[in-house]
Design a binder for this molecule. Structure first.
Ligand code: ZN
Length: 517
């Protein structure tokens, strides 16, 4: 998911605006009690992150996660199913092992990118070279044959592995300013170097592959200590490897100084052809208004640099735990309660957009949807997403939530409709009242989001528990509400930059078949 957009409208603290006396509600009390005394979050987190692992679309681990969730729900007496929404290029990550073998031996902190082609079993051993700083694309074409048999480094060398907050704390003002200036100049120079080849960062690996390079070597630093982002490879036959900033910088300096370092790269993976892809849907049937729906929502897939613990393992286990609790303490809801664990959010909200196309009856009769997808933190923001009367019903539902939870939440009513940040936006675009339970950052953008450090140990279980209670109570209140929610929209504001009238985000089609060559 993308980082949250700034809020445009009036912002207020709920504790102030909802100074209504809280009425004792036994269902709410039981939700809190079950969540606190019988939490399954740690177990769910362990089984999903440690045992199943990352959930890249098209991998066997994604399928395992789908099956695991269905079985968990069945074990709790909740109806669940995997719904096929499309198909994707099937791929399975194998081991990555990268060693410097010349001029000395050193095992490196490296990882192949998602969908990287495999090396032969014994690996490849080759010399490292840098993308040259050529005059123009003609000169680059003349250089290209010399890439044959080489491992080509395509990322710039970061001048510091220390995050800016660390410089801010310890550097003199002058040296911090100088470092930033040098880094900007270096970043621009590297951009120019890539541009002069006549390719971009997406097409360059393919050109190098065609020229017979042995592999692509890069480093996508995430601006924190020891952390890189791991996305997909653009090569079709040769491996693409990400190397940690520390090791990449060492190799870069060695190449520049003529030390001619050599690596042995073993990066195994399996191409699995085309595989079907699923959303996991679970349901507690309504008793009075079964054709009306309240939904919980969180994407199930992840990138595979680590185990997708905070993107979006935590959103996933919040929704599973909320469903488990609701089944325990509120087994006969007025409206039907659904949860959507979406596939392929990371490639463009594909699972949720497919569900919307496939289930117009749910979208039409959706009372409300609650999505969570920005890390492990406790919820601190809820926007009305541009639904004019969101305050009326969300305010009503939030008033039943314990103060220690709502006192941390800023609300923004009516707000403006969210863009493409996460799956709630798919529903907002379809005109259905869907909301994002937006979390405190816990350094999400730098340290865990799409990184090789997004692991179980980063989960803050107290905050996740807080969110499971919040989600369960909101669903209970939305289900019980005698009124059907209004879908009336705000008059869209003017774009502050262009002065033009903004429009409600358009509904977009999912990619139902992806990753194929
Ligand atoms: Zn996400």
């Amino acid at each position: 998911m993308k980082k949250p957009v700034p809020f445009l409208f009036l912002t207020m603290l709920l504790s102030g605006s909802l100074a209504i006396a809280q009425v004792k509600n036994p269902v709410v009390d039981n939700i809190v009690k079950e969540a606190t005394e019988n939490s399954q979050l740690e177990l769910l987190g362990h089984e999903l992150m440690d045992v199943i692992g990352p959930r890249l679309v098209g991998t066997p681990q994604m399928q395992k996660a789908n099956d695991w969730a269905v079985n968990k729900y069945k074990g709790w007496g909740i109806t669940a199913r995997n719904e096929k929404w499309g198909e994707w290029r099937g791929w399975e990550r194998g081991i990555t092992h990268v060693d410097m073998v010349y001029p000395r031996v050193r095992t490196l902190d490296a990882m192949q990118l998602a969908w990287s082609p495999s090396t032969p079993r014994r690996g490849v051993t080759a010399e490292l070279v840098l993308i040259p700083d050529v005059q123009d694309s003609v000169a680059f074409q003349r250089w290209l044959p010399s890439a044959k048999g080489k491992l080509v480094m395509i990322s710039m060398n970061q001048p510091t592995g220390r995050p800016d907050y660390n410089w801010q704390e310890f550097a003199t003002e002058e040296s911090f300013a100088r470092m930033k200036e040098e880094r900007s100049a270096q970043t621009q120079a590297w951009r120019d170097r890539i541009n002069k080849t006549g390719y971009n960062t997406r097409t360059l690996p393919a050109a190098l592959e065609k020229a017979g390079a042995a592999g692509i070597v890069m480093s996508n630093w995430s601006n924190g200590f020891g952390v890189n982002k791991i996305f997909s490879a653009y090569t079709k036959k040769i491996p693409t490897i990400d190397i940690s900033l520390e090791d990449y910088g060492m190799l870069y300096r060695m190449v520049e100084h003529g030390d001619k370092p050599q690596l042995r790269v073993q990066a195994e993976s399996k191409n699995l052809g085309t595989v079907p892809t699923f959303n996991t849907i679970a349901e507690i049937r309504g008793t009075e208004k079964p054709e009306e729906y309240v939904m919980l929502s969180a994407h199930f897939d992840s990138w595979d640099g680590a185990t997708g613990a905070t993107d979006n393992g935590t959103g996933t286990i919040i929704m599973m735990e909320a469903m488990r609790i609701l089944k325990q303490v509120y087994p006969n809801p007025k409206r039907t309660i659904l949860v959507g664990h979406w596939g392929s959010e990371e490639q463009g909200l594909n699972g949720s957009r497919s569900f919307i196309e496939d289930h117009p009856e749910v979208v039409k009769n959706l009372q409300a949807l609650f999505n969570q997808d920005n890390g492990t933190g406790r919820v601190v923001n809820i926007s009305g997403q541009g639904f004019l009367h969101a305050y009326d019903y969300l305010g009503r539902w939030l008033s039943a939530v314990p103060r220690e939870i709502t006192s941390k939440i800023e609300t923004n009513f009516p707000g403006t409709p969210g863009g493409g940040g996460s799956d709630y936006a798919s529903f907002v675009a379809a005109g259905a009242p869907a909301f994002s339970l937006s979390s405190l950052s816990w350094s999400y953008g730098t340290y865990t989001w799409h990184t090789n450090r997004d692991t179980y140990d980063k989960i803050v279980f107290d905050d996740v528990r807080n969110n499971a209670i919040l989600a369960a109570i909101l669903v209970y209140m939305a289900s019980e509400d005698p009124e059907t929610t209004s879908r009336e929209r705000i008059v869209m504001p003017l774009n502050p930059r262009t002065g033009e009238q903004m429009t409600w985000p358009a509904q977009r089609q999912p990619t139902r078949s992806g990753g194929q060559e």
